[in-house]
Design a protein around this ligand. Sequence first.
Ligand SMILES: Cc1cc2nc3c(=O)[nH]c(=O)nc-3n(C[C@H](O)[C@H](O)[C@H](O)COP(=O)(O)O)c2cc1C
Length: 181
Amino acid sequence: MSSTETRIVLQVTGSIAAFKAATLASLLVEAGSEVQVIVSEGARYFIGESTFEGLTGRTVLGNVFERGRAHDHINLADWADLLLLYPASANHINRLRAGLADDLLGCLFLANNFRKPYWIAPAMNSNMLAHPAVTDALTVLEGWGCRILPTGEGRLACGAVGYGRLLEPEQTARLIREELG
Ligand SMILES: Cc1cc2nc3c(=O)[nH]c(=O)nc-3n(C[C@H](O)[C@H](O)[C@H](O)COP(=O)(O)O)c2cc1C
C-alpha cells in the first residue's frame, strides 16, 4: 500500500439508496483509496455484500462479534482517515445520537470519538427527514463534530417529490477528495 493512499470506512445502512454506496465505493477505489465497507442489519435487505467485496477487495464487516475480528470496533477508527455513513438511515442517525453500541457501527462511532472526520449522509422520505426526532438528532450530531452532508431535492423512491435524496456518489467522492487531498 502506498503511503499516500487514503483509507475510508464506508458504512452502509438500510435505505433504498443503498445501491449508490456501490458506486461511491467504486469511485473511491478508482481514485486510489482503500475502502472498508461495514453494513448494518438493515442494509443487508438492500444490497449484497458480494457487490462491495468485489468492488473493494475487502471482506465486508457487520458483526461486532465476528470471530477473529474482535477488535475491529476499536482498530478501524485508528486505520481510517475518514468514516462515512452513506446512506444514513433515520434509525441509525438516532442510534448514533443515543450512543448505542450494540452493533459495529455504534461501537466504532464511540471508539472514534471524533479523532477522525465522521460524515453522515442522510437519505430518507421528506417527512421522515423533517421529523423532530431526526432533525434534533442531526443537530446534536453536528454539534458533537459530525459533518452532515446535504440532501438533494427531487423524486424520492416513495414517489413523492421533496428533500431527502442521498447526495450523489460523484459529489460525495469529490467532497472526500477535497477533504483528504
Ligand atoms: C423499501 C424500503 C425503503 C426504505 N428506505 C429508507 C430510507 O431511504 N431511509 C430510511 O431512513 N429508512 C428507510 N427504510 C426503513 C429502514 O430500512 C428501517 O428503518 C431499518 O430498520 C433501518 O435499519 P438500519 O438502520 O439497521 O440500517 C426503508 C424501508 C423499506 C422497506
